[in-house]
Design a protein around this ligand. Structure first.
Ligand SMILES: [Zn+2]
Length: 291
């Protein structure tokens, strides 16, 4: 596929953005809970996007920092690649194409426990995709999804499906062999974990800092930039606590505007790097390819 990998530097830290492909999401009344399908179509049209379907892209990153190779989020996984005939789940193929050996990844850092971020931890036979990596997970996220009481109270549908998927990945396959990490602390050298809850209870972003340069890894603070940058207060179906997700979006984007910080966005169009500008009552993301 065309969008395979892209490299740039934050000071001494090398960033490689890797495409995990895409999924076409239907434009309908299920996508937003506080705006209509018509509102959604108007936002897409204003951004010059197709209005019949949205392309949701996935872009994990690898950081080389202090001699360690660190993968942030793992994409949809090899099983999804096989099932979608390479439409998504392409991380492993693109790592190989970029000359990064999966077995030499030292640390995998997970931002939150949604399938498009954690399913790539496993191969189709349930073996580890990154056999020699320590797997670091946000402690808030870990506590919530592994809590049997929370699981028993989960609303039927998306939440019960997420619990089932997380128990399949982390409990059945990985035998809970993970290292929980705290917010406001370094998760790997040069990378601070920052709590950005709402999309999920323990959703985490990161500040990467080296040689006087900074870059913010937002994970899923904003999903589709054509929709949630101009309309940050809209509630997506994928947000666990939609009002909190919207408040987090504004707080983070106000900070990125004020400090003129570049941002790497997991669901931004490849190579998923940009800067945020104020626009009307919302924001826009101006694409970049390096700092
Ligand atoms: Zn996501």
């Amino acid at each position: 596929m065309a969008d395979a990998s892209h490299r740039y530097k934050v000071g001494d830290i090398e960033v490689t953005v890797l495409s995990d492909g895409f999924r076409n999401v239907p434009v309908d009344g299920n996508y937003l809970s506080n705006a209509t399908a018509d509102d959604l179509q108007k936002a897409l049209a204003a951004a010059g996007q197709p209005i019949d379907k949205m392309k949701n892209t996935y872009s994990p990153i690898v950081l080389k920092t202090s001699g360690k190779t660190v993968l942030f989020d793992t994409g949809n996984g090899q099983t999804a690649s096989d099932q979608s005939k390479g439409e998504r789940g392409t991380l492993n193929a693109n790592l190989a194409a970029a000359g990064i050996d999966r077995s030499k990844i030292d640390v995998v850092v997970i931002s939150h426990f949604h399938a498009d971020h954690v399913n790539g931890l496993l191969m189709p036979d349930n073996s580890r995709a990154f056999p020699n990596a320590e797997i670091k997970v946000p402690e808030v996220e870990w506590k919530f999804w592994m809590d049997d009481g929370e699981m028993s109270r989960a609303s039927k549908g998306r939440m019960t499906e997420l619990f089932a998927n997380n128990r399949r990945v982390f409990d059945a396959a990985l035998k809970r062999q993970v290292t929980p990490y705290a917010w406001k602390k370094e998760v790997v050298p040069g990378v601070m974990a920052i709590g950005t809850p709402g999309h999920s209870i323990g959703h985490t972003s990161y500040m990467v800092e080296s040689g006087g340069k900074k870059m913010f890894v937002q994970s899923d603070v904003c999903n589709n930039v054509a929709v949630f940058a101009p309309y940050p207060d809209w509630h997506g179906f994928f947000d666990q606590d939609p009002p909190q997700a919207a408040a987090t979006r504004r707080k983070v984007y106000d900070l990125l505007v004020a400090e003129k910080l570049p941002v790497q966005g997991y669901h931004f169009p490849f190579p998923s790097l940009g800067r945020i500008e104020k626009q009307g009552n919302g924001y826009k993301v101006v694409p970049m390819s390096s700092l």
